[in-house]
Write a protein of this length. Structure first.
Length: 150
């Protein structure tokens, strides 16, 4: 198949395929007239790259998976180098998750502090915590109209 068909079947642009080729992720086979030519195995390589990118892997991270497929393995993640990339990615994700948990805890603490301060500034006590809580029934005098309202 030619580059346009591969791009269409993979759901990407021909420019992206040329980029993969320039990085050595996709083989650069050409016909006698100079057209790039690809086969089903190349489609499989591109699909592997795209899947890994959707998971947040960089293009260089996909290289061991592509090489594993090119070596004839049934799956791109069945080689030791691919497993090492998985381990490194999981460690990165754990670090990001830990950071996000710490940020979330800090934001939660800031929210709790701000709510307490806001409630302390409201005359007559804190506002209802939920829209389903009925409004207060205490009354006050409207000094501008001279009447008492609920």
């Amino acid at each position: 198949m030619r580059i346009g068909e591969l791009a269409h079947r993979a759901g990407i642009t021909t420019r992206t395929l040329r980029h993969y080729e320039s990085l050595g992720l996709l083989p650069a086979r050409r016909t006698g007239n100079g057209y790039r030519t690809y086969d089903e195995e190349d489609l499989r390589l591109v699909q592997q790259i795209r899947t890994l990118q959707q998971f947040g892997f960089g293009l260089e991270d996909t290289r061991p998976f592509v090489e594993c497929l090119r070596a004839g393995h049934p799956a791109g993640d069945s080689c030791p180098a691919s497993l090492a990339v998985y381990r490194r990615k999981l460690a990165e994700l754990d670090e990001v998750i830990g950071h996000l948990q710490r940020v979330r805890a800090e934001v939660g603490a800031q929210l709790a502090r701000a709510q307490l301060e806001a409630e302390a500034d409201v005359p007559g006590g804190p506002p209802p915590l939920c829209a389903l809580v009925p409004p207060r029934t205490d009354t006050h005098t409207d000094t501008h109209a001279g009447r008492t309202t609920p």
